[in-house]
Design a protein around this ligand. Sequence first.
Ligand code: OAD
Ligand code: ZN
Length: 246
Amino acid sequence: SGVEQLGDMIARARIIVPFTGAGISTECGIPDFRSPGGIWTRHRPIQFEEFVASQSARDESWRRRLAMEEVFAAAKPGRGHRALAALHRAGKVPAVITQNIDNLHQASGFAPDCVIELHGNTTYARCIGCGQVYQLDWVKRRFDEDGAAPDCTACDEPVKTATISFGQAMPEDEMQRATELSQSCDLFIAIGSSLVVWPAAGFPMMAKNSGARLVIINREPTEQDELADLVIHHDIGETLGPFVGN
Ligand code: OAD
Ligand code: ZN
């Protein structure tokens, strides 16, 4: 079966690079974006330019984020996260490339340095002007007191979750490190992503073109299934559960 074949490929690989999307975190209670009930089936994305230009867009953005806080704060790593952390401890996975913003790879045991966050992190906030970091409880307090999204106390520019919105530049260091990892692995495993958002979705192809074998694990067909050496259309927790170990 696909799972046995995956086991063989993992056993044989020297350097495995996992690439994760929102599907790895759905069993942790965090909705994905494009499945039924996903974030983009309920809300239109707020573009970066809108966030910069409009106080009401910032208010709406923070209202949405703060409404999700109980979900993010309670989320624990799932079987997929734990399986990747076990392979990391075993020395097979140098780092994970992720589109996720939920901090769950770090929570599962990856050092911050070994999580390449292409789309940032939503568990803290940053001033878009000077980069000053803010904790979410500071934002929540200010939002509750003023009824409006806060500005930076140092430079007066808007404070935003430390994520990359549509229309915002990709983080250069992360793009560089993800490129190096994709070009140097011998097995690349895309997990829980529809593979439609670029430039992130370019890494599976980059790995394949650099000679790695490519595995895709996703419940639904993805945009790039035809590129893969092995496609597993199955639940991630079920598929990776056997690799969790102890
Ligand atoms: P998507 O919501 O586009 O895709 C998640 C995929 O995971 C779907 O194809 C689901 O079928 C699959 N899935 C969900 N739960 C699963 C499970 N338990 N087992 C197996 N498969 C499962 O999410 P991403 O591809 O991560 O970016 O989205 C990419 C980017 O789009 C995000 O990083 C975000 C979003 O807009 C920005 O906001 C910049
Ligand atoms: Zn500032």
